[in-house]
Design a binder for this molecule. Structure first.
Ligand code: ATP
Ligand code: MG
Length: 393
């Protein structure tokens, strides 16, 4: 009978009223997917709580907890021990289950809930009995009903008595997929993986696009980006990855457009290709790792010039963040060490000596019109969709 389960009380989701059920459906599906290879779990819901129960004996519970900490849509969760609904057993098991927590606490209280009204003790009686049992085992404790350091909760449900351990902080946010789908433009740098993480946290399911310029960029640079996607996928779930061959376009820019506009035209063409792929794949927005003022191509003028060719929203979650704030998140999600590996990015191929930092939109348009990029854009889009898509998780 005795077993450990996980209980999730939904934070942000609980606020969503009518949408709640569909959010919970998405969350349950994501949890199932993330725990799949650890063994069989059953997920059930009652009121605002989701119960995750291992259905096999040999399940790595610690690993399940680590994975849950990375699933968006979970504000906090609790482990609970399920035992028989028998007061003496509840007392004994609670004493043992709290052995790492109560010896280090000074004050505690017991909270009891009883949804099975057939249980012979009322909630106040249960509270008193369990309190007395715990107090006998840990006599240093004092009861504090207002501000206890530890609250031991016991819930009498149909299936058994649930004794709760302490709360574990979840990743917060919204379940991935509940806000739709978007295409993140991912480079090998520090910023874009963080941007991907942040938008997945708002419930977007991610596809990722990366531009390469062989032979100027190497296979190792591409592998680095794939590794970054893998790391981010611990939070975002599976990512559809697209790799765009960009050399011909960059060579054409170099050969036909004024050098000072090289970077901005390159970025416009990247966006044009990304938008077309997003539209074909039914992705509602683009995501970039831009942060205002960080480099010459991230000024208001440059943003105007890129938005000029973009017919869907571009989410720039890092726009108002400092580098050190971005780095802090990159460390937390474990992408930082990979991001700082020194491989080339296509953005640094043929960079102009004197880029325009305050481009005037009409000048940029004119500079780009010096060459008909349309056939090359179409070719890149087709090649990318037909030859390069794969799943990363
Ligand atoms: P990051 O740290 O993400 O590389 P960055 O500070 O190097 O960003 P830029 O090189 O100006 O800034 O790139 C701005 C954004 O453009 C990136 O955050 C990313 O979203 C996108 N981007 C840059 N290079 C590529 C690429 N090779 N493939 C896809 N997207 C890219
Ligand atoms: Mg970069």
């Amino acid at each position: 009978m005795k077993k450990e389960v996980i209980m999730i009380k939904n934070g942000e989701i609980a606020l969503k009223g009518l949408n709640r059920k569909s959010f919970e459906d998405v969350l349950a599906k994501n949890i199932k997917w993330r725990l799949k290879d650890l063994g069989k779990f059953q997920i059930t819901r009652a009121q605002s709580t989701m119960y995750i129960e291992p259905m096999e004996d040999e399940i790595d519970f610690e690993e399940a907890i680590e994975r849950l900490k990375k699933i968006f849509g979970i504000a906090a969760f609790t482990c609970a021990l399920v035992v028989e609904k028998e007061m003496s057993i509840i007392g004994q098991e609670a004493i043992a289950y709290m052995k790492d927590i109560l010896p280090n606490a000074r004050t505690f209280k017991v909270a009891a809930k009883r949804s099975d009204k057939k249980f012979p003790l009322t909630s106040p009686q249960l509270q008193q009995e369990l309190g007395a049992a715990l107090f006998q085992a840990y006599p240093h404790l004092k009861v504090d009903v207002h501000h206890p350091e530890v609250t031991v909760t016991v819930e009498i449900r149909d299936f058994g008595a649930y004794i709760h351990a302490e709360q574990i902080l979840g990743a917060g946010g919204m379940p991935v997929g509940s806000s739709g789908k978007a295409l993140v433009m991912i480079s090998g740098g520090i910023d874009s993986p963080v941007a991907a993480y942040m938008m997945a946290k708002r419930g977007l399911q991610l596809h990722a696009i990366h531009f390469v310029s062989p032979p100027y960029t190497s296979d190792r640079a591409l592998q680095k980006v794939e590794t970054l996607c893998e790391k981010v996928s611990e939070y975002t779930g599976r990512i559809q990855f697209y790799c765009v061959p960009f050399t011909d376009i960059q060579v054409a820019i170099r050969d036909h457009c004024p050098e000072e506009f090289f970077t901005i035209i390159m970025r416009r063409l990247m966006i044009e290709i990304a938008v077309r792929i997003a539209q074909k794949q039914e992705l509602g927005a683009l995501i970039t790792g831009e942060s205002l003022g960080q480099v010459a191509s991230q000024t208001i003028g440059a943003i105007v010039a890129t938005d000029d060719v973009c017919s869907i929203p571009i989410f720039r979650p890092l726009i108002g963040m400092d580098k050190n704030e971005i780095v802090e998140i990159a460390r937390k999600i474990d992408t930082f060490e990979t991001s700082i590996l020194p491989y080339e990015d296509c953005c640094t191929v043929f960079t102009p000596k004197h880029p325009k930092t305050k481009p005037i939109l009409q000048q940029v348009r004119d500079a780009q019109a010096a060459f008909d990029f349309e056939p090359l854009i179409q070719q890149a889009v087709e090649h990318t969709i037909q030859k390069t898509i794969r799943s990363i998780s």
